[in-house]
Design a protein around this ligand. Structure first.
Ligand SMILES: Cc1cc2nc3c(=O)[nH]c(=O)nc-3n(C[C@H](O)[C@H](O)[C@H](O)COP(=O)(O)OP(=O)(O)OC[C@H]3O[C@@H](n4cnc5c(N)ncnc54)[C@H](O)[C@@H]3O)c2cc1C
Length: 176
């Protein structure tokens, strides 16, 4: 995520012409929350992309890497990790597609978008972690892409609202 520049913005006595007002005056907070509904689907999609990259790299490596005379993919300890990865990717993709489909149809996706973001990002961290593990020592080096997936995955459980905040949003809505 090195291309994602993070900096402090300061607005001190900053006057803006009324023609440049975004949305309605006094509605900024509500408007920001509405933006988050869509933003969360985007972060979920970002998570899914990282997960797929980590899974594909792991699948390839597990078939190529030979230890004890066999490709490591033939060891159940590795193949079960790949099975979990593939399943969580499918589940994330379905949640994200449903959220995006409903949003495109003008429906409110506050709860579902939070669910999709939380599930896809938490799965992503787990999948990226397993990808490094499957690559063994090489997974920790820059020779393979999985160390980057591992670093990048963590932002997804934080940006556009942490996992804890998604749980606040989901529980508040289901308990209404
Ligand atoms: C590289 C980078 C890029 C970013 N890009 C974006 C972006 O594009 N868009 C965007 O919206 N944000 C972005 N963010 C900011 C991100 O959304 C915030 O960091 C995030 O929302 C968490 O807020 P905070 O850092 O103030 O953490 P805090 O609010 O201080 O939270 C600290 C911890 O306390 C927990 N916590 C806080 N309140 C509660 C609560 N009520 N119940 C339970 N636990 C709680 C949190 O879950 C977290 O574990 C980015 C951050 C980074 C690092």
């Amino acid at each position: 995520m090195r291309a994602s520049e993070t900096a402090e913005l300061v607005f001190d006595n900053c006057r803006i012409h009324k023609d440049n007002l975004l949305g309605q005056e006094g509605e900024g907070f509500v408007q920001s929350l509405k933006i988050l509904d869509g933003g969360r689907i985007s972060i979920g999609a970002l998570s899914l992309g990282i997960s797929k990259g980590a899974y594909e790299a792991s699948l390839k490596y597990a078939k190529e890497r030979v230890q004890f005379g066999k490709p490591i993919a033939s060891f159940q300890g590795i193949s079960f990790k790949l099975a979990d990865m593939a399943t969580e990717i499918e589940a994330s993709e379905l949640l994200l597609h449903k959220s995006a489909f409903l949003k495109n149809n003008g429906e409110k996706v506050t709860t579902l978008g939070a669910m999709a973001k939380m599930f896809a990002s938490e799965s992503c961290v787990k999948i990226a972690n397993d990808a490094v593990q499957i690559h063994g020592g090489y997974g920790y080096t820059k020779d393979y892409p999985v160390e980057k997936f591992y670093r990048d995955s963590k932002l997804c459980t934080i940006g556009e609202g942490t996992t804890e905040i998604q749980k606040v949003v989901i529980s508040r809505n289901i308990l209404k």
